[in-house]
Design a protein around this ligand. Sequence first.
Ligand code: SIN
Length: 366
Amino acid sequence: MMIFKIPVKASSAAALAICMMMGATPAISMNNQVHSIQTLPRILVLATGGTISGKKNGMSEIGYNAGGVTGKQLVEDIPELAKLAEINVEQIANIGSQDMNDAIWLRLAKRIQDAVAHNEADGIVITHGTDTMEETAFFLDTVIRTDKPIILTGAMRPSTAIGADGPANLYEAIEVAANPKAKDHGVMIVMNDTIHAARWASKTHTTAVETFQSINAGPIGYVDPASVRFIEPKKQPVPSYGLPTTAPLPAVEILYAHSGMGASIINDLIKTGVKGIILAGVGDGNSSKEAMAALNLAVKQGVIVVRSSRTGSGFVNRNVEVNDDKNDFVVSYDLSPQKARILLQILIANGKNKLSDIQAAFEAGF
Ligand code: SIN
């Protein structure tokens, strides 16, 4: 926040000149005197629903309606925000994030691109359900290139619950988005006093407020009501792919491997005309001999197969337990199955079908 106090005796012209030098917008009173100048960062809040907007009848009830409260109400319920930023709120959707879909992603991404192109805001905050928050964050991070902070936040407890975490998370998300230090860090998730990069963030617990963790990496920063600290350097630029113009995105499915996995589920999937298969493999992205043979057949029929892991952390490397060169498989390295799916969808939508290009894209994030 920039507040400039102009000496009372300064002439209007001198005060205006000081304002211009400081890059601030002058406020001029009716009697043509410049009495004080205040420039707050402009934050655009895009609300999509989720538990942060959830409402329930009793404070101790477990069930609730996702999306019972609007984004405007969420912001109005935190009067302290008026000191942090000049806030505009738009409602993009009002759903539980289990129902997030490609059409809403495109709407959200286009609105952000537009706001960036017309310099409508200094930072953008998206309120979102936590269940698929990491997917939306990763999608936006892959298709939007801007130095402006884009931050997703949400809540594990509905807005009417005892100890609701939504207000603190929203306050801190806006605090980070309004902070010049947050520029050039790509898309982030701010939850529970912690700042995560979209590439690494993952929901790891069904109910705990500290559910988001940055797998394989750790958080990039911390926030409290008085300070914003980044402990990781700014993000290396990664290739940004064109925003697909129409939904749905190309069909890519995730297959969860397990002991005794057979071939039939893979053969059935090929028949649906799927463009890609992400194997959420056991251990290092592996599966049974039968499943591997069926995946090899899928590749021969033009389906792109990416091996990732169901373990939740670690890297899937090429040609360790599985001969990827021989099978023409791609590996996801650090990307979880759900993020590998999004990257492959975006690559296919951008006309990237060469396996070496696809493999390079998976490697480009770190
Ligand atoms: C949702 O993802 O919409 C429900 C769960 C949550 O927001 O925590």
